[in-house]
Design a binder for this molecule. Structure first.
Ligand code: MG
Length: 344
């Protein structure tokens, strides 16, 4: 049965960052994401793409894929969202952020049409949402101390390392807080011996998890590293979709799942099941994102061991309201769908 026609539209949003965002790959002050709006039968679903140059994405390449998807959404019955999800997956393999926007909007629309919050639709308990880390980007030690103070309400910090001043950054943080830390090297350490030395020192500084110590191409070296340390090592740049997971199972203790890499909620869930089947831990991470993509990820975060869902906390002009933080955890609200509302 065909209802009224489906309207799929998009808009580029310029997001302003609170601090210049520096990681091992580079710096930025502004981020351009694409918001997708899916309207049918009086219900509106929202999705978001955060294109990432690391994966060959731009706002333009994202929009090209969204435009390609418009006839699919017009032709298919949205209730066949699994089938439609696989059709979306067939679009340009490299453009996963665009697919994430489409799939988030689709699942938001489905849950809203049913009148249930997305986490309830997936049978999850909001009590199980893990504490989210707040990320401290690479900076001068003086600025780092200021950022740590600004992060006062977050009990868990994720620190970006992988440049020349790793020790300086950790010492600056330890001078002002004894909070548990996770470290993300973003492929910044270039050989296994250097990485092991760093990790041993970081362990002595109360670091509990290490993310992507070596470049994605250095899988053997990462396996070598994992055999020599007890700190869990998580894959981020090494894993995009479920297909990448099996080959990582002996080199990493877990994976960082991001909706933008996975291409949406449906693929993220397949990744969770596969990782858990292989005995791997699961982190839910994010890019610089608005409350749309963060609320979507938070909705399935009861499945995660670790959460690093702070992308919307790093921007000053979030165009939406959605989940809110309480004592370091995202509080899933009981609005239908992913629970976001555009700011007027
Ligand atoms: Mg990472």
């Amino acid at each position: 049965m065909m209802g009224e026609s489906t309207l799929l539209s998009y808009e580029i949003k310029k997001l302003e960052l609170k601090h210049t965002w520096t990681i091992a790959r580079g710096s930025s002050d502004l981020k351009q994401n694409v918001i997708v709006r899916l309207e049918k039968d009086g219900v509106i679903g929202y999705g978001e793409a955060a294109p990432n140059v690391r994966y060959g994405e731009s706002p333009e390449s994202t929009i090209a894929v969204i435009e390609e998807a418009i006839p699919l959404f017009e032709r298919e019955d949205l209730w066949n969202f699994v089938e439609l999800g696989f059709a979306i997956r067939e679009l340009d393999p490299a453009q996963t952020a665009a697919k994430a926007a489409l799939d988030i909007a689709l699942m938001d629309w489905i849950a809203k049409s049913l009148g249930v919050p997305l986490y309830r639709y997936f049978g999850l308990n909001k009590i199980d949402v893990p504490i989210t880390s707040f990320t401290i980007g690479i900076d001068e030690p003086k600025v780092i101390s200021k950022k740590v103070q600004e992060a006062g309400r977050y009990p868990l910090l994720k620190v970006k390392l992988g440049m020349e001043n790793d020790e300086e950054i950790i010492s600056a943080i330890r001078a002002v807080t004894d909070k548990p830390l996770m470290v993300d090297a973003n492929e910044g350490w270039k050989n296994k011996e250097e990485a092991l030395e760093k990790i041993e020192w970081l362990a002595s500084q109360g670091v509990e998890v290490i993310e992507q110590p070596l470049p994605a191409s250095m899988l053997e070296e990462t396996r070598w590293l994992r055999e020599r340390t007890d700190i869990p090592i998580l894959a981020d740049e090494s894993v995009k979709t479920a297909a990448d997971i099996p080959s990582l199972a002996t080199a990493f203790d877990g994976i960082n799942i991001k909706l933008m890499k996975a291409g949406g909620l449906q693929e993220a869930l397949r990744m969770v099941w596969l990782a858990k089947t292989l005995g791997m831990k699961v982190m839910f991470g994010c890019m610089i994102e608005t409350s749309v993509a963060i609320s979507a990820a938070a909705s399935i975060s009861p499945l995660a061991d670790y959460a690093d869902l702070d992308g919307n906390l790093l921007i000053t002009n979030d165009p939406f309201t959605g989940v809110t933080v309480h004592e370091g955890k995202w509080m899933l609200n009981d609005s239908p769908g992913i629970g976001v509302v555009p700011r007027l």
